[in-house]
Design a binder for this molecule. Structure first.
Ligand code: HEM
Length: 152
């Protein structure tokens, strides 16, 4: 910058920042939360997902008490929405139990976890969530497996 003559340097700096601004805007990806379509879309996916789990003979026995109690089901769905909203960079705050405490003693096996993820993928596919967004969401949930699964 020592070689600036008069205002030429300042003008050059302005030109560089103005011309690169739209480019930077394109490069920076929106949050996963926004790309999923925000809280309403997440709630719709959770509704569909829980419906699929309830109909999934491989794992629905785990959810018998939850499905049979509307108030409990509502709280459960609300917790899932907040959890996904927060994990995807949204404005929500998950207030439920940590995953280890929430699933302790249920005896969930690795295959149960995979079945539940399949149901989630089915719900995401129904709403035509893109492959990139799906991968990112599943990538955020995958590390929870070791806290949830108790049996091989
Ligand atoms: C990434 C996978 C999973 C996520 C993100 C997840 C998330 C959650 C959340 C947020 C709660 C509520 C915690 C609270 O009440 O404070 C919960 C509870 C529960 N989860 Fe999971 N979970 C997962 C996997 C599983 C699997 C594989 C099973 C069984 C096959 C399972 C069965 C349950 C049951 C039975 C409850 C209790 C629901 C109730 O309160 O009535 N979860 N889970």
């Amino acid at each position: 910058m020592k070689k600036c003559i008069g205002g030429i340097c300042a003008i050059a700096a302005i030109l560089v920042s103005v011309s690169s601004a739209p480019l930077l805007g394109q490069i920076k990806e929106k949050s996963l939360y926004d790309r999923l379509g925000g809280k309403k879309s997440i709630a719709a996916v959770v509704d569909e997902f829980v419906g699929r789990v309830a109909g999934d003979k491989r794992i629905n026995a785990f959810f018998a008490a939850t499905a049979g109690d509307p108030a409990r089901l509502k709280t459960f769905k609300g917790n899932l929405v907040d959890q996904i909203c927060q994990a995807s960079g949204g404005p929500c705050k998950y207030k439920g139990k940590d995953m280890k405490t929430a699933h302790m003693g249920m005896g969930i096996a690795s295959g149960d976890f995979d079945a539940l993820v399949e149901d989630l993928v089915g719900a995401l596919d129904k709403f035509k969530v893109g492959a990139h967004e799906k991968d990112q969401l599943l990538g955020a949930l995958a590390p929870m497996k070791s806290d949830i699964v108790e049996k091989k």
